[in-house]
Design a protein around this ligand. Structure first.
Ligand code: M6R
Length: 605
């Protein structure tokens, strides 16, 4: 991947963060619709399905959430053995039926679903128009079926036409293509993820594993510039070199149940409640990778953690964790700022990317910048086979299982745990770290009970009509105050801001008026006294103090008790806030798992 593959969103009419899927085998359309449901976290402004049956191609697509489109377009009526589908998430340009995928050629014989951005689409479109092609949409994707059509008209077979088309495209793409008179499905990728699932008499191609997890756990992750040609059998080749590629089938440890809501009304609450277990998986993983990355940190001259959004707040917490545990200075930058900040990188630098999806474009760009200077790369990711994991010299899996809600919860606590393990390992004290984290896992399983959820629900009722909520923390809990604000913003849609307790007197105190809710994150460490004193400053100005703390204090108007886990307090302190954001969101009738204007994997700059 090179820098030019990351596009500037301002230069292009339509930007996509989408989910794609293709299935070949019995019940293909219903498997595609199920896959789209599993991929909805990637985009949800329009959806579409194409089916090949007895030499015909049928496409049904529309705007709206998948469940609405599914009903409106009667996806359940579709039959056939080859089918592709798409969930679109457009942040620029119109959300219209025409712009929804799949897209077709002039003869409506070829259908394509696409995730990514084709940079040179305007130039290609002009040439195609000059050659007599007519376009129905404003998308960049539509040039793909027309290019394939052009090659087929020139006498190329389907496979060669797709291969030559891929070589014409600049930018990032994962595509799946079908043609009405072919018993094949072809997928290709560069820069955007595409994984092949191998089922019983079925093949799948999808943006992410949960799309087909109920059918198979056997997968092959396609690399950049590779295409999979799938009929009754499947082959993989490099479309640039035209050389066949042999790849080992991997078995995914995630289960289908983990990717489903089960008895819970929303993914978010399920993912919050399973944190005792997910954390245990993060902590009790094979130590080899942890030791490997710790060694990379110890060998580096300058280590930089990068991440965006919640992963960025975890990264900032990492700098405190390394200072406390390993007495080591680690730097942090948010992914989108790193390109303006990286001139000091050398071949001895190490960049550690933190990411749930492993596909966040801003973080990937920071990694690319490091690579260009010859520095080393490590990553802490949750999605196996993701771009970040594959481009890293060393990686550690978060093992949180599929995280479907747009708001990150169990991946967050897992990432924090990995940073603690890394810091302890880098200080040569890994067993001590594991012991502490094991205690934390147990404490979390214990605290996630009815008493806590009922208490937070009552608090949510009290806070739901407030316009502002402020959160303060000091030391290790300062980055968690920032993360708490993100949770409240994206799930409850309340203006929330996190501050370092010591900063209040430098400005934010002016925001406090009578009854302004302020959440105080307290760790049982040397910051306790000071943060409680900051709480008193707020209370003196009329603020309503909600303390999240192992011990009560006279300054708290409300006290949410959390277990005392020593320096691991950030991991337990964020959990009541996750619940609070959830219950306020539910009270307000918000779309809990699909936060307004946001997508799970932000694959554009
Ligand atoms: O997949 P990543 O962890 O790289 O995603 C980074 C952010 O987009 C993500 O953490 C975002 O802030 C979440 N919606 C927060 O809950």
């Amino acid at each position: 991947m090179n820098k030019t593959q990351f596009l500037d969103a301002r230069n292009i009419g339509a930007i996509y963060m989408c989910g794609i899927i293709g299935v070949i085998g019995q019940d293909a359309p219903s498997l595609v619709v199920h896959g789209l449901k599993m991929l909805e976290y990637r985009g949800y402004d329009s959806s579409g399905v194409a089916v090949i049956s007895e030499g015909t191609l049928e496409i049904r697509k529309n705007t709206g959430k998948l469940e609405e489109v599914e009903k409106k377009e009667k996806f359940s009526e579709l039959n056939g053995n080859i089918s592709i589908g798409h969930n679109r998430w457009c942040t620029h340009g119109a959300v219209t039926k025409e712009n929804s995928h799949p897209h077709t050629d002039c003869t409506e014989s070829i259908a394509v679903v696409h995730n990514g951005i084709i940079e040179n689409y305007l130039e290609l479109k002009e040439k195609l128009i000059a050659n007599g092609h007519s376009f129905k949409t404003q998308t960049d994707t539509e040039i793909v079926p027309h290019l394939i059509e052009e090659k087929i008209n020139a006498g190329k077979n389907f496979e060669t036409a797709v291969k030559e088309t891929c070589n014409k495209l600049e930018g990032r793409f994962a595509i799946v293509v079908v043609k009405k008179d072919e018993k094949q499905m072809i997928g290709a990728r560069r820069g955007s993820p595409l994984v092949m699932g191998i089922g019983d008499g079925k093949y799948f191609l999808a943006s992410d594993v949960p799309a087909f997890l109920s059918s198979t756990r056997k997968v092959i992750f396609l690399e950049d510039n590779e295409m999979a040609v799938i009929g009754s059998e499947a082959k993989i080749l490099n479309f640039k070199t035209n050389v066949a590629v042999q790849r080992q089938v991997q078995e995914i440890s995630w289960t289908a149940e983990e990717a489903e809501k089960g008895e819970y009304p929303h993914y978010l609450i399920k993912e919050i409640m399973e944190q005792g277990v997910s954390l245990h998986r993060a902590v009790n993983q094979d130590e080899t990778r942890i030791k490997e990355v710790a060694q990379m940190i110890n060998a580096a001259f300058g280590t930089y953690i990068v991440g965006c959004g919640t992963a960025g707040k975890v990264g900032l917490a990492g700098t405190y964790i390394f200072s406390k545990v390993a007495k080591k200075h680690i730097n942090f930058a948010i992914g989108s700022e790193f390109p303006q900040y990286h001139d000091f990188l050398t071949p001895k630098s190490l960049t550690i990317a933190i990411s749930q999806s492993g596909e966040t474009a801003d973080t990937l760009e920071a990694m690319e910048a490091t690579k260009e200077t010859g520095g080393k790369l490590a990553s802490i990711v949750n999605v196996m086979g993701s771009t970040m994991q594959r481009m890293s010299d060393g990686y550690i899996m978060v093992n949180a299982g599929p995280e479907k809600a747009v708001a990150s919860t169990k991946a967050t606590t897992g990432q924090l745990a990995i940073l603690y393990l890394l810091a302890f390992a880098s200080a040569g004290k890994l067993p001590e770290g594991k012991q502490l984290l094991d205690k934390t896992c147990g404490a979390i399983s214990g605290m996630l009970n009815k008493e806590l959820t009922e208490k937070v629900k009552t608090l949510a009722n009290k806070l739901k009509s407030h316009e502002n909520i402020y959160i303060i923390g000091r030391g290790l809990n300062y980055p968690i105050a920032l993360e708490a604000a993100i949770k409240l913003q994206e799930v409850s849609y309340i203006h929330a801001e996190g501050f370092a307790g010591g900063e209040l007197k430098h400005g934010p105190l002016a925001l406090i008026t009578k009854d302004t809710p302020c959440i105080v994150l307290v760790g049982n460490d040397e910051t306790r006294k000071d943060v409680l004193s900051n709480a008193r400053e707020i209370k003196a100005r009329g603020g309503y103090i909600i303390g999240i703390s192992p011990e009560n204090s006279e300054v708290f108007d409300e006290w949410i008790q959390v277990p005392d886990v020593g320096i691991c307090s950030p991991i337990v302190n964020i959990i009541p806030i996750q619940l609070l954001a959830y219950f306020i969101g539910v009270e307000k009738g918000n779309d809990i798992d699909r936060c307004r204007n946001l997508a799970k994997a932000v694959t554009v700059k």
